[in-house]
Write a protein that binds this ligand. Sequence first.
Ligand SMILES: C[S@@+](CC[C@H](N)C(=O)[O-])C[C@H]1O[C@@H](n2cnc3c(N)ncnc32)[C@H](O)[C@@H]1O
Length: 338
Amino acid sequence: MVDQDSIPSRKWASGVTGSHRNRHSVLAIDDNSPDVVADIYNQAGDDYVSYADGDPSQPFAFDGMHAYADRRVWAVLETKLADLRASGASSVRLLDGGCGPGTWLRRLVIRAHALGFSSIAARGFDIAQTQIQRARLAAGNLSSLPGVNVTFDVADLTDRLSEPDSSVDITICLYSALSHLPVDKLTDISREIARVTSGYFITTVRPIGSTPTAFVESLENVRRLKHDHVKDRCEIDLSDGRHVAFGFHLFTADELRNHFARNFDIEDLRGLDLFHGRFMPDARWNPLSQAGDSQIADELERLERAYATSTEFMDRATHLLLVARSRQAVARELLDKA
Ligand SMILES: C[S@@+](CC[C@H](N)C(=O)[O-])C[C@H]1O[C@@H](n2cnc3c(N)ncnc32)[C@H](O)[C@@H]1O
């Protein structure tokens, strides 16, 4: 069953401050509060899902803007799910913090069902109400599958999670949901995610040397973009006249590791998309399918793997991927081996 609306608690004051121009031209001014971020993602147009995730009706096509990174992230998630099933588990519980339109949770639920889990409980949450409405709509038919319970609600990653201790097999927080949070809260957030996660926590964020993004719009709709690394604040003027300003933190790989190593065992930390974004042909500009393209695709895969964990390159990837294992899972494994 897909749950009903819930009203998010707001611990911080409303983020829209300063002089208001009309709502269309000013989405948010000068504030890092979650209301500002929620506003921006609430007002993202209907195209946002395909912009972020590719064709929503083909969740496994992985041909969106971040195709290479998506494929790598999916390979990790699918492996964790399959390993859990192979270990004899017949029920699985999944949690997606900052789920946006819910595509990743939907992918996990579809695959968990195909793998034969007979009980699948999945919850996605986000501060942006509109994203949650989209997620509920897209996942509507999943909950009619036997044993499947998918819920989406409006909630804040900086609040206590509603899940009991050690109840979630896989927790995800993908594509920079964490980057919108105040850095000084990340230790508490990491501890809270660790409290509920009995298996794996998997996240991606933007590294410090990544290329620019406009979050809810493609870069060609940007007139001006400026990131203030001291204030962790991004400001964007869009070509339709909108001005967007909100908190966003770019991570170093070491920093990301340190935030989560306190509460998890870090299984993997790597840069994703160092080469594909630059070298794959762009259909808007390059001629279609030149001879040798498949050879280049193979070579790009090889290069990505070769440099993904190199300290000099990781911080310049498009995304950082962190795979963290719950300490309880590690302890269980040691006991089993003893
Ligand atoms: C770039 S989107 C990624 C969405 C989704 N994880 C995906 O990969 O498609 C970042 C999401 O984080 C959400 N977000 C930002 N701050 C949040 C917070 N404090 N609590 C919950 N969600 C938050 C935004 O509303 C937005 O939907």
